[in-house]
Structures are given as C-alpha cells and as structure tokens.
Design a protein around this ligand. Structure first.
Ligand code: PRX
Length: 643
C-alpha cells in the first residue's frame, strides 16, 4: 500500500447522535437498518425483489440475479424504463409538484412540474427518433447545468439510446475522445455556458471536436448564452426550433433490465479514460433505494446536490435517484463563488432548501472564506447535509455541521464511485451516530471488507484495501468495449472480489474510514484524474520529452497536481505555457499547480519512474526509503529546487 496521501488522521473523537426530533420523523431507525441489512445479505432475492416491486415493470423479472463472475445480470427477463419510472409513474399523484427548480448563474429561475418535465422529455424523445436515433445508439451530451441536460438524458433513456454525458469543463480533445470511443452519431450541446459571468464556448469546442470524430453526423444546439455561433448546414440544428412542431406524446419503450442506460467516462491508471457502463434495471432500483434512504426523502423536501451532471453524482443524485422518488430537485448552473462567496447560502435561503449534498472541497473553501458569508443568510430550512467525492477532514466536517447545519442537521458522508453507481458506505441519518471523517457503514446489500495485498481479511483498525465481496444491482457491468480490462481491474486484482482502488480501515463499531486512492488516480477538488492522463497531455507538447505527475496534499482541493518535466534537447518552454497546454488538452481541472523542470527524472535501473520519491519531493517531505536503486542520485537535488 502506498503512504497515506491525505491527512485524514482522526484527532476528532466526538460522535454525534441524530437529534430526537430527526429520529422521530426519519424513514429508518437503527433497528430497521439492522434488520434490513441482515435480510439484504441473507436473502437478497427477497430484499431486492421487494424494492424493485415499488417501481413499474412492463414485464416482471424471472430471476433477481444471475452471477457469472465478473458479469452480473439483475432482474433477468424483466422489462422496464427508467424515464417512465422517473416521470410517468408520478403523473397522477405528483403531476403539479415541482420536479426541477433551476437557477441560472445570472439569477434566472425556471420551474418544471412533473407534468411539464414529462411533456418536454416526450417531445425531446420524439425529436431524437425523428433524427434517426435508435434503441441502442449512443448519444453524447455536452451541456451546462441547465434543465435541458436532464431532459436530454431522460429522452435518451425513454427511447433506449445510451447517453454519454461529458462534463462541460472538458476540452474539445477530451470531448472528441469520448465521442469516438462511444461511437456516437449525435451530439447535444449548447451555444455556451455561463461560468463566473463569462461565456464558456461549448459550441466552438464541439466544432473543434467534430474535426476528428468521423462517426458524428448531427449536432443539436441548445440556446443558452445567445452569442452568434456558426451552424453547419446539414449537420447542426437548434434544439428549440427543432422541437417546435414535435408532438409531446410518447410511449416509453419497454427495455430489457440489462439494456445499456449510460456510459460515463472516468479516469483510471492509463492515459485514456475508461467508459463505465451502467444498465437499466439494477441501476434504477439501487439509485431509487439509496436516494430515498440516505437523504431521508419526504414529500415536501427541496433537495439540492451541487454536483455537475457531468459526473456520476449528478447522474444518480441530481437526476435519476431523485426523480425516481418524486422529489423536488434544485439545479444551479454556475460557480459557487459568483458573484461572491455567499451565493450557495443565498440559494439555500431563496429556495428554502432542506437537503444539501456537496463536496469537501467546496466546504473547505467556504470555511476559508469566513463565517460572515453564511451568517448573512437564513439557513433554517436545512435539515440534512451530505458530503461526497473525497475524504472530508474532521475540521471541515465540524464546520459544515455547526456553521451550515446549525448543529441540528445530521451529516451523511457518502462513499461511492462512478463504477458503483450508487452510495455504498454512509450512515442513515435517523439511524446512526456520525463520526467526523468516517464515512460509515455499508448500505443495504453491500458487503465490504478490508484486505491486504493478498486478499486476506484484516481486523479492526488495520489499514488495507477496500473490496466488495458480492455484486450489487447498480455496479458497472463492464468497461465499454473492453471486458478484459473490466475483469482484470475490478475482479482480478484480488481474486473474486470487487477492488475499489481505495485504501481504508474499519473501526471496532464497523465504521469505514476512507484514506484515499492507492493507485495512480488523483482526486483534485473531488474530480478524478489519472496521473497518466495528465502526463500524456504534457508529452503531447512538442517541447516536452518526459513527464511524471504526482499528487500532493492541498488544504482546499484535497490534492494538488505537481508535474516533473524534462524537455527535448535545446527546447525552451515556461511552466505557464505547459499548464495552459494541459488545460487545452483535458480541461482546466487538470491544470498542474506546479511544474518542475529537470534534466532527468528519478528512475530505477530498470527504467521505472520512482513516483514514491516524486511524491515526497512534491510535498516537501524528507526523502524516506531506499534510494539505492536510483540511477542518478544527482537528479533528486535538481527536482527539489522550485524554479
Ligand atoms: O477515492 C474515492 C473518492 O472518490 C473516488 C471515486 O471517484 P468518482 O468515481 O469520480 O466518484 C466520485 C463521486 C461518487 C473513490 O474511489 N471518494 C468518493 N466519495 C468519498 C471518497 N473518498 C472519501 N470519502 C467519500 N465520501
């Protein structure tokens, strides 16, 4: 195991029990959790079958699980439609209830009732059909946080097209890679998006991407920012104009439970992101269950998850899990600090948000900005807080709990991954005591363990690798187009268990604390990035000969990116130019915080870059461990000097 990269040591030993008021109204008590958790492991067919039967199936399933390691089929033989369950199912009881309330960065507010959202999704589904999109086709969605992103996803799901949402902060190159890997023929984008008052030119990124995507035939363009954009005749269509004469009636297609719902690209330990494939039935059942349970959803809640729909959190807990529960979801388009550090708290006040789900990075940056910002606003509507995406340090947890939650709102720290589809470790807010810095206990049907490198289970408080010992309904089914990589990375690293890639430990009460990634994946502001991805971007610059990228602890972002670079003989380039180059190749989230130049990188005699040493150098630590295998000890001194 690599060293603990994030300072997550628990100096905080307080536990927080849910208040009697919260407990009294909560969906699950501790006894409920214990009984249902036991049942979910001892009799999974009954457990999952009963959750699934709360949803609509066009054809009932014959078997809950068919497990042919590492390939799972859930609800075998069943036919359903997740968009039907998210919309049509609510029309009678919740037709007039707000499904989405959206606030633009410029302050514009739009509301969609379940009936209106259903109408819009039906029209969009008909539009996709009229453009020749068929069940099984892939559609790439490259949109800002506007309601159309949810409408486009649900329209795809309604007709059985597999969507691939690409985060709007990714560059043209990253977009092109995803269009090509998924083989999509249609892209849905926007003229632009707003970020800190400026326009991000999405359409021009899409045009640039389209120069290297031979499969792409069509672009639908949502009007958001209104600046003139070139429209290529025969290829590009305006979303609003195309929808004008399209009927708003559409029957959702009955799809096999294992029909591919979406592909979401995420970073791994190679240079190219991998397409995580999620399917329909199991994903639907588990996001429905976890959204309701973890967020203790009540009919009158106003739930706000600040994640972008470009990430899995947005898929499962902005769109699918929430709408499946008939919840009211708030979506916000813009930056958290625009026009100032009070924006989030103003949104909570203005919309009377009751549940807030955000990332530790945001919490830490608000903490730094000072208590005067939240103090200006009325946060009394809040009743539950959530955290996701990175380890939350106890100090930030306590600040969130006290300053934002007024000490009355339970905090759920939810551990999960793009691959897991749904929350895996958490506390249930009315059931469990919370321990700052520790995610909590397994959700229903999840059987985790901590093991050593050989797969032997470890005991309480022993640090090791986090694995999951059995399949669960929302797990990834494969890496798109690469079953072998799926098998070897997730079920082959440690035989017969799912390998998460995280280091963790479990305490005597059964609470799991996540230490962080143990592979070459960084977590920068809750965004997952592969070191190899950033390295490939760097070496694509003509001046760069070689690059090695490592993470170093960062007080706000969790991890920062440090790149060590050697240049081609005679080449000259500045750090700023290389940082801008990485931004252009991947997106601003991958821009290194620091670039250090050297004549050579530290390597073993067999030519392997010694990342352990580079990590120590990057974080300014004393060099520890064996350096005797180092080829040229002189390079170390050079690398330690900041230029
Ligand atoms: O290292 C873990 C960290 O984020 C990784 C998954 O990243 P991604 O697939 O982008 O999904 C993020 C949102 C679900 C994990 O391997 N991580 C996620 N949640 C937590 C976390 N680390 C600690 N505590 C968490 N609550």
């Amino acid at each position: 195991m690599s060293e603990n990269r994030i300072d997550n040591v628990l100096h905080e030993t307080r536990h927080f029990e849910p208040s009697p008021e919260f407990r009294a109204q909560a969906r699950y008590s501790l006894e409920d959790y214990q009984r249902l958790y036991r049942q979910s492991l001892e009799d999974p067919d009954t457990f999952w079958g009963s959750v699934a039967s709360e949803l609509h199936w066009f054809t009932p399933w014959q078997r809950v699980l068919e497990w042919n390691e590492p390939f799972a089929k859930w609800f075998v033989g069943g036919q359903t439609n997740i968009a039907y369950n998210a919309l049509d199912r609510h029309l009678q009881a919740r037709g007039d209830k707000t499904a989405i309330v959206w606030e633009g960065e410029d302050g514009e507010v739009r509301r969609y009732s379940y009936r209106e959202l259903h109408r819009q999704v039906c029209r969009a589904a008909n539009l996709l059909l009229s453009l020749g999109v068929q069940t099984g086709d892939r559609v790439v969605i490259y949109l800002p946080m506007i309601p159309e992103v949810a409408i486009a996803m649900l329209a795809c799901a309604r007709i059985g097209a597999t969507h691939t949402v690409v985060f709007g902060g990714f560059s043209a190159g990253a977009l092109a890679d995803r269009i090509n890997d998924s083989g999509a023929r249609l892209l849905i984008t926007a003229d632009g998006s707003y970020r800190k008052g400026a326009v991000v030119p999405l359409k021009s990124n899409a045009d640039e991407a389209a120069q290297s995507t031979p499969n792409l035939e069509r672009m639908l363009v949502v009007r958001r920012t209104g600046q003139p954009v070139p429209m290529q005749p025969g290829r590009d269509l305006w979303w609003d104009e195309s929808l004008e004469d399209v009927p708003d009636q559409h029957e959702a297609v009955a799809l096999d439970a294992e029909h591919p719902l979406y592909i979401l690209y995420t970073s791994g330990s190679t240079g190219k992101p991998k397409g995580v494939l999620h399917t329909t039935g199991g994903y639907m059942v588990n996001t429905y269950l976890t959204a309701g349970a973890v967020f203790d959803l009540k009919e009158d809640d106003v739930y706000w998850c600040t994640a972008d729909v470009g990430w899995v959190t947005g898929h499962s807990y902005v769109v699918y899990g929430m709408l499946l529960n008939g919840a009211t979801v708030l979506m916000y388009e813009g930056a958290p600090n625009y026009p100032d550090m009070g924006r989030f708290w103003k949104i909570v006040q203005d919309h009377r948000v009751t549940i807030l789900y955000t990332a530790p990075t945001a919490i830490r940056s608000f903490m730094r900005a000072g208590n005067e910002w939240p103090a200006k606003y009325d946060l009394s509507s809040l009743r539950l807080l959530g955290s996701v995406g990175e380890p939350i340090n106890p100090e930030a947890w306590i600040w969130y709990f006290q300053t934002i939650g007024g000490g009355r709102c339970p905090v759920v720290d939810t551990w999960w991954q793009t691959e897991t589809g749904a929350i895996m470790l958490t506390t249930l807010p009315g059931a469990h005591a919370t321990k700052p810095g520790s995610a909590g206990v397994p959700m229903f049907g999840i059987e985790p363990a901590i093991v050593d490198n050989e797969g032997h289970e470890l005991g309480a408080d022993e640090g090791g690798l986090l694995v999951i010992k059995r399949p669960w309904p929302s797990m990834l089914r494969t890496i798109y187009g690469d079953d072998n990589r799926y098998r070897s990375q997730y079920w082959g690293e440690i035989p017969h268990v799912y390998f998460a890639g995280d280091g963790a430990r479990r305490d005597a009460d059964g609470y799991y604390t996540i230490v962080g990634r143990i592979d070459d994946v960084l977590n920068v502001s809750g965004h997952r990035l592969g070191t190899m991805e950033v390295e490939s971007a760097l070496v694509s610059h003509p001046a760069v000969a070689e690059a090695a990228v490592v993470g170093r602890p960062d007080p706000v972002k969790g991890e920062g990116i440090v790149a060590f670079v050697t240049l081609q003989t005679g080449a000259q380039v500045g750090g700023d130019e290389l940082r801008a180059h990485v931004s252009k190749e991947i997106g601003a989230i991958a821009r290194p915080d620091e670039i250090r130049f050297a004549d050579a990188l530290p390597k073993t005699r067999s030519g392997k870059i010694m990342r352990r040493l580079l990590r120590q150098i990057a974080s300014g630590e004393e060099l520890k461990g064996d350096t005797s295998t180092l080829e040229d000890a002189g390079v170390l001194e050079q690398l330690r000097t900041v230029h």
